[in-house]
Design a protein around this ligand. Structure first.
Ligand code: NAG
Ligand code: NAG
Ligand code: NAG
Ligand code: NAG
Ligand code: NAG
Ligand code: NAG
Length: 453
């Protein structure tokens, strides 16, 4: 009976992977769209000057406009050579490779008028920082397919310090922009680049699928307010591999829309693979789910994380009004070092976009497995707090050893939560000691290649 259940689960997992057209290995495989482009132009051909002072917004816009004509000829590359290329916001186009040479730095203008105003995303209903519209990101893609943003470790620097000051002094007129936002796009690779100092988030793929984010470094200073690293948002078949991220808030945050807007838009983040990442979030969470999760988050496999110097290691955030779900998540093979709180599940975390939300729209948090982890210099093991009359269930911990440094309080705090645990030190609260692992979500790694290094 048990064996039959396992076979059915494995078949279901295979079906899920086949259905979404991923490579069956469940991790990044970008060879299919990394063929060199038959045409290439250099940004200087469009009058750009790489002195760090000349504003090159029009050069980038004209270059992309010109390269649109190569879309049906195998696409084209926009080559950015060594230099400091100051620019405002520009769009990408389909079948385009944006390539940043070593020591090429694209710098975001600190003049807010270089970042035009756009409508909020439909799944959010308003800007993240303040109600109303928001600034367009530095580099944007709308409705695109086959886009590669790569280089020899070139840099994209958002120069966000002015935005952080406007945010902190409450003098923003519109919500802050991100460095890279891809909306409703498919077959996207972002690789071999460094993203610095985003005004808000560094990489924001939204309503997109078949997205691969490989070998990326993201940095924003600890004190930069609510700067997130990579934010997969209502995306499917997305992978993040080999990335190193240190930001002011959450290093990787999975999202899917905000309250009534996200419930109506109803587009989950699903079939997401994250592996081999080094994450630091001194004032936030290294890996976060939510708090905006109203379209749902499911089928997320995370493995081989190194998390250090962070406030929270792995954080599941939601609040009544969100609706949606977080289910079928496995996080495994994690090392944590110098983390204040290793795990957090909170049913009372996050703001609302105005008063239109329905407080009776309760999120479902279910089937989440955290396993094979070690932590050193951890202050608190876990704070697990579900919602009254809406408990979080199937929360499973396995093979976890944490060395706890704080002697102040109990290492675990639990309420409105149930699940299973085995081989966990220090011993978790009794809420997590159901004697059946049936409600745990498990992923048969050996059948899918995820276990291969
Ligand atoms: C960028 O794309 C948006 C959405 O299609 C469009 O409104 C805007 O005019 C474009 N900007 C440029 C400079 O082409
Ligand atoms: C994306 O494509 C849809 C359908 O063609 C169109 O309605 C929409 O305006 C496009 N969005 C942008 C920003 O260009
Ligand atoms: C997304 O893009 C596809 C293809 O370009 C288009 O058909 C669809 O209408 C777009 N959807 C939205 C919400 O813009
Ligand atoms: C990662 O990027 C760096 C700098 O661009 C490069 O030297 C290295 O080979 C890349 N690693 C992989 C695995 O692609
Ligand atoms: C906000 O708007 C005011 C009035 O137009 C303008 O002076 C100010 O520069 C704007 N602030 C930002 C951060 O764009
Ligand atoms: C990253 O850079 C390395 C070294 O140049 C190269 O071998 C690899 O193919 C690149 N990967 C991607 C996905 O761009």
């Amino acid at each position: 009976m048990k064996r039959l259940a396992i076979v059915i689960l494995v078949l279901a997992v295979f079906d899920a992977i086949e259905a979404t057209g991923s490579d069956g290995g469940g991790y990044c495989n970008c060879n299919r769209i990394m063929a060199p482009r038959p045409h290439s132009v250099t940004i200087t051909e469009f009058g750009a000057v790489g002195d760090g002072k000349t504003l090159n917004t029009v050069a980038f816009q004209n270059a992309v406009f010109y390269l649109r004509s190569f879309a049906d000829k195998g696409g084209a590359q926009l080559y950015v050579p060594k230099g400091k290329w100051l620019t405002g916001s520009f769009n990408l186009t389909s079948h385009l490779t944006l390539f940043l040479e070593k020591d090429a730095v694209i710098i975001g203008s600190q003049d807010s008028s270089q970042w035009p105003i756009v409508d909020p995303l439909p799944s959010y209903g308003q800007g993240q920082d303040i109600p109303g519209q928001r600034h367009r990101s530095l580099i944007n893609g709308y409705n695109l397919t086959d886009v590669v943003i790569t280089g020899h470790n070139g840099i994209i620097d958002g120069q966000g310090v002015v935005w952080w000051e406007w945010f902190n002094s409450q003098t923003l007129n519109y919500s802050r922009p991100h460095i890279l936002e891809l909306v409703n796009s498919t077959d996207v690779v972002v690789s071999n680049l460094t993203f610095l100092n985003s005004p808000a988030w560094s990489i924001h793929p939204v309503y997109s699928s078949n997205v691969e984010i490989l070998n990326i470094t993201v940095h924003a200073p600890v004190e930069s307010p609510f700067t997130n690293g990579i934010v997969p948002d209502s995306c499917s078949n997305l992978c993040i591999e080999g990335c190193s991220i240190e930001v002011g808030h959450d290093a990787i945050a999975l999202k899917s829309g905000w309250d009534n807007y996200g419930i109506t838009f109803s587009t989950p983040s699903t079939d997401i693979h994250i592996r081999n990442a080094h994450l630091q979030a001194p004032l936030g969470s290294a890996l976060a789910f939510g708090s905006e999760m109203s379209g749902g988050i499911s089928l997320v496999y995370v493995e081989h994380l190194h998390i250090d110097d962070s406030l929270i290691g792995i954080n599941f955030k939601t609040v009544p009004g969100r609706g949606g779900f977080i289910h079928n998540i496995v996080v495994s093979n994690v090392e944590m070092e110098n983390v204040h709180e290793a795990f957090r599940f909170s049913g009372n975390c996050g703001r609302h976009p105005g008063n239109q939300y329905d407080p009776s729209a309760l999120p479902i948090v279910q089937g989440i497995t955290l396993k094979d982890m070690v932590g050193t210099n951890i202050s608190t093991a876990g704070f697990f707090s579900g919602i009254d009359s809406d408990p979080f269930t199937g929360i499973c911990l396995s093979n976890i050893a944490l060395s706890i440094t704080s002697d102040a309080s109990l290492p675990w705090t639990c309420s409105n939560i149930s699940g299973y645990s085995e081989s966990v030190f220090p011993s978790p609260c009794s809420d997590l000691t159901s004697n059946s692992s049936l409600s745990c979500f498990s992923f048969a790694a050996e059948f899918t290649g995820l276990a291969d290094a």
